[in-house]
Design a protein around this ligand. Sequence first.
Ligand SMILES: C[S@@+](CC[C@H](N)C(=O)[O-])C[C@H]1O[C@@H](n2cnc3c(N)ncnc32)[C@H](O)[C@@H]1O
Length: 202
Amino acid sequence: MKNQETVWNSSYLNGLSWKKSTKDIKKILYKKSILELGVGNGKTLKPILSQNPKEVVAIDISEEAIKIASKSIKSDKVIFLNEDFLKFKTNKKFDVIVCYYFLNNFRLRERIDVVTKIKSLLKNNGTILFEDFAKGDFRQKGKILEKDTIQKQDGRICHFFEKNELIKLFRDFNNIKVEEKTFSPIRLNRDIKRKILKATIK
Ligand SMILES: C[S@@+](CC[C@H](N)C(=O)[O-])C[C@H]1O[C@@H](n2cnc3c(N)ncnc32)[C@H](O)[C@@H]1O
């Protein structure tokens, strides 16, 4: 299996992109230090910056993602880092860690490592804002690697979460509020369901 850095780089070079900016990000970022995991093309970074945070460290394993995001978003508040989050070393701790469509990119063993790492980088009274795919989403199609984890045709790993699984994964935190949302992105076909989980974790 190709490593995920190679897979993501070639996906971006082949034109992978998300056109719409993320809309609903909790209004708690003003003057806060933020870590954004897997910045991608910056579709969540834009609304983060619109809340006027103190600073944002935006990390991505893909050099191509960092090139795209840093070209489209010019701000002296952002530090772009082309690094594997699991190898990221810093003395800093963050007020808020934004984990949007990031954790799905890992197999179970690594998801646990990511959560442990997040905990080590979050201030005591800090918050994690989480959004990701939920089980049953119409995109859950591909080669099955593990329970609810698939590999897409282009090699990207993608996991689909259940509410209880998320609660268990973040059990070392004091408080987790999770909501499940279902949309029909195509009005004429109600069988196609987009399912996501949104969580605020403290
Ligand atoms: C779905 S995309 C971007 C989502 C983005 N957070 C947003 O909301 O628009 C996920 C990103 O995570 C990055 N990624 C995957 N594994 C990573 C890792 N170990 N460390 C850092 N970034 C990683 C990928 O390169 C990809 O750009």
